[in-house]
Write a protein that binds this ligand. Structure first.
Ligand code: ZN
Length: 104
């Protein structure tokens, strides 16, 4: 699994920057990442159905704290006090690919 070489949090622009390699960087809006949270509160672990209403995530969502979980994921504490989600590198890449796909 590919892990990012560098991670930056742009609080002013509400963007999470993940630098995978010299030529490959993902810029992920906080809100999009939060909307893709797969924790047990946001997604039904048995059916996979999303329990979170994406529209309920504030437009001005911020990040209070971000920390590494081992070497495979990020744990984020959001400004709406949600902190039970883990975002693996694969998951963050798939969010990034989804954004790129819908933009192009
Ligand atoms: Zn969640």
């Amino acid at each position: 699994m590919q892990s990012p070489a560098n991670i930056r949090v742009h609080k002013d622009n509400r963007l999470l920057e993940l630098k995978w390699s010299d030529s490959d960087t993902s810029m992920l809006p906080f809100r999009t990442v939060r909307q893709n949270c797969r924790c047990a509160v946001c997604v039904d672990e048995f059916t996979g159905k999303q329990l979170l209403d994406p529209e309920s995530v504030p437009e001005d969502l911020g990040v209070l704290e971000i920390s590494l979980c081992g070497n495979y994921a990020l744990r984020v504490r959001w400004s709406d006090n949600h902190d039970s989600g883990l975002f693996t590198w694969n998951h963050l890449r798939s969010i990034s690919d989804h954004i790129a796909g819908s933009a192009g």
